[in-house]
Ligand binder design. Structure first.
Ligand SMILES: [Fe+2]
Length: 269
């Protein structure tokens, strides 16, 4: 292990998250914000990975930030993993919330054998305006559909925590299966809630991927986001399957007990 203490790794296993305040130095932080500002000015969708990789190099390079990759590697127990996505935007006054949910990619949601993490980056920190981050520590050990906890809206839940204050340049690393929400808050006339998130999937299984993942990964390599090949393994499309296609096929079989559909039936008698 290089970047995290054993205590931090153990805490992540139990709680499902780690807060690292002032992770980015001010100068780097400012460069990232510059890319987010340009994206917003140009009306680019926050989830447009293709455009992010093509035209916003500070954001592209964030996907292989050595300090983040090192910490994620520690959490993955040293095993390899692949980059899943980057989203970037700022949020301002009147931003609606995002109710309780989780972001672990699996189809159907059935186990937590392999680790997926999200890295939430708050470039201007949090100050109690626009939106607070709600987390339910420990909830990453449960298996449920991503939107199952939506019914709880933005409410405090037994054991949940509210993160409303963070220094600029802070990051929060989350187990993707942890229940979290963005609670809308008043204010934000002059505050921009800069938010970038990246995510990573542990090697060893195939993960649900998007249609153009090949193209996106090819561009990442062409633009040098792999840092001279050091992190080329982060942009490995072979770790994904086409989620849209597979879901269409699975939908037809998804009735009753999937174990009977997928498992060795003769052993069940
Ligand atoms: Fe989320």
């Amino acid at each position: 292990m290089n970047h995290l203490t054993q205590q931090e790794v153990d805490a992540f296993k139990v709680d499902g998250y780690l807060v690292l305040e002032r992770y980015f130095d001010p100068e780097h932080n400012q460069r990232i914000k510059g890319d987010v500002d340009r994206m917003m000015e140009n009306g680019i969708s926050p989830a447009n990975r293709l455009e992010i990789f093509l035209s916003y190099p500070e954001l592209g390079l964030l996907t292989s930030d050595p300090g983040i990759v090192g910490r994620v590697s520690d959490l993955m127990g040293g095993s390899r993993f692949t980059h899943h996505h980057i989203h970037a935007r700022w949020q301002a006054e009147g931003e609606p919330g995002q109710p309780w949910h989780h972001d672990y990619e699996q189809m159907p949601q059935s186990n937590r054998s392999h680790l997926m993490v999200h890295v939430f980056m708050y470039l201007d920190g949090l100050n109690g305006e626009v939106g607070d981050l709600l987390l339910l520590p420990g909830s990453h050990t449960q298996t449920m559909e991503r939107t199952a906890p939506r019914i709880f809206g933005y409410a405090d839940l037994p054991g949940s925590i509210t993160i409303s204050r963070l220094a600029p340049g802070s990051i929060v690393i989350l187990h993707s299966a942890i229940m979290h929400a963005r609670r809308p808050k008043p204010g934000g006339v002059s505050f921009r809630r800069y938010f970038v998130d990246t995510s990573y999937c542990q090697a060893g299984i195939l993960w649900p991927g998007i249609d153009d993942i090949d193209t996106i990964n090819r561009i990442a390599l062409e633009r040098g986001y792999d840092r001279d090949g050091r992190y080329a393994w982060l942009y490995d499309s072979s770790q994904f399957y086409n989620a849209r296609q597979v879901w269409l096929e699975l939908k037809e079989k998804n009735a009753g007990s999937l174990a009977l559909v997928l498992g060795p039936r003769d052993k069940l008698h």
